[in-house]
Unconditional design. Structure first.
Length: 243
């Protein structure tokens, strides 16, 4: 009963985060960070992405599983298409992310460096969707979440397009290399019944059973949502906090 409750809490958290997306949209904006950098300004999204990277040194990609505003709408789409996403799709976001990072750096250099910090850059009211024109941007992004989910499969945007995930994937690899104490998963292969429940319920389409069998639970696409833990009838997977 306690395990089911944890997933209810997670689902409530990501749904609430999505409902707040009209307020928080600009703080996750990949465009505003470039626009602000071109004027030598550190925007709110710059601070958000920096915070996500730092948090990943200790929490991995838990943000993606428990807080991300795009998670709620994508997981709601599982009712329409719960097809697993092919792993090679993960490469696409890196092909988009690398030139985007280069664009931010170039914009900052051409502006003579970052000279000011303005968390409310182009968000003076504190609310991202504050004018009619902003609704077009908001609904376009929501449409992208939904269309990719319907066409490709479970949390397709996370695999193919997400501009936030690479910050946390890099942070996760760094914390693993430095063996920092952090949130992760721990497996007990001897308990595994090979029922496949973990694979079926993983929102990121990971082959969790193979990870358990190999006793290696590190995966850059794991969002530490706990779905595999809460759906394992043998309690073969647990959260852990260790190097």
């Amino acid at each position: 009963m306690a395990m089911a409750r944890r997933q209810k809490i997670r689902n409530a958290a990501i749904l609430l985060s999505f409902l707040l997306f009209p307020i928080t949209l600009n703080y996750f904006s990949p465009y505003l960070i470039i626009d602000a950098a071109a004027q030598g300004i550190v925007a709110g999204s710059f601070l958000t992405f920096s915070a996500l990277f730092l948090s990943s040194l200790f929490l991995g990609r838990a943000f993606c599983g428990w807080v991300c505003p795009g998670a709620g709408i994508q997981e709601a789409c599982f009712a329409i298409n719960d097809k697993k996403v092919r792993r090679r799709s993960d490469r696409i976001k890196w092909m988009l992310w690398v030139p985007w990072i280069g664009g931010i750096a170039l914009a900052a250099v051409l502006a003579g460096g970052l000279r000011a910090v303005n968390p409310l850059y182009m968000t003076e009211t504190g609310t991202s969707v504050a004018e009619p024109a902003n609704y077009f941007v908001y609904f376009s992004i929501v449409a992208l979440f939904v269309i990719l989910s319907f066409a490709v499969g479970k949390r397709a945007l996370c695999h193919c397009v997400c501009w936030m995930a690479p910050f946390m994937i890099i942070g996760t690899k760094i914390k693993n290399a430095l063996r920092l104490p952090s949130l992760g998963l721990k497996a007990a292969p001897e308990k595994c019944k090979k029922c496949g429940a973990c694979d079926k319920n993983c929102p990121m389409s990971l082959d969790v059973s193979k990870m358990v069998e190999a006793n290696r639970m590190k995966n850059g696409e794991c969002i530490l949502c706990g779905s595999c833990i809460d759906n394992c009838p043998a309690n073969a997977i647990k959260y852990s906090w260790k190097p």
